[in-house]
Design a protein around this ligand. Sequence first.
Ligand code: AMP
Length: 138
Amino acid sequence: MERTLSIVKPDGVRKNIIGEVIGRFEKIGLKVAGLKMASLSKKEAEGFYAVHRNRPFFESLTGFMSSGPVVLMVLSGDDAIRKVREIMGATDPKNAKAGTIRKDFADSIEANIVHGSDGPDTAAFEIPYFFSALEIFE
Ligand code: AMP
């Protein structure tokens, strides 16, 4: 059993596809172990993406992530981190494979609908950034 953090980003919420994204995770056998909606402040988005603070896209990315409500979730299951990354598709939707969430719905490398932790260390930082132990159920 493994846990990962996923986010339906502000573009996904605006496009009214919260259920579609969660449904795709459920269809590949993952459990929703924690779930909440939030509107991130710029500071909260900057803390979440602190590893990217020196990248040229940091300002724009954190502005985008604080531009509207998001859905935060903890997904659990066997090989959850890899499975979520596979179903999301490549970061840039132009490179995403057919049938992935980003291929089907994303507009750009920044507005790419969904986030998923990229490894166990990242998940170990990202899950407690948003969820307390009492808010996780699997
Ligand atoms: P990651 O930590 O891999 O999820 O990357 C964080 C997010 O930064 C990605 O999901 C994109 O939304 C954004 N991002 C990554 N690379 C770029 C880029 N070259 N230009 C703009 N946004 C990017």
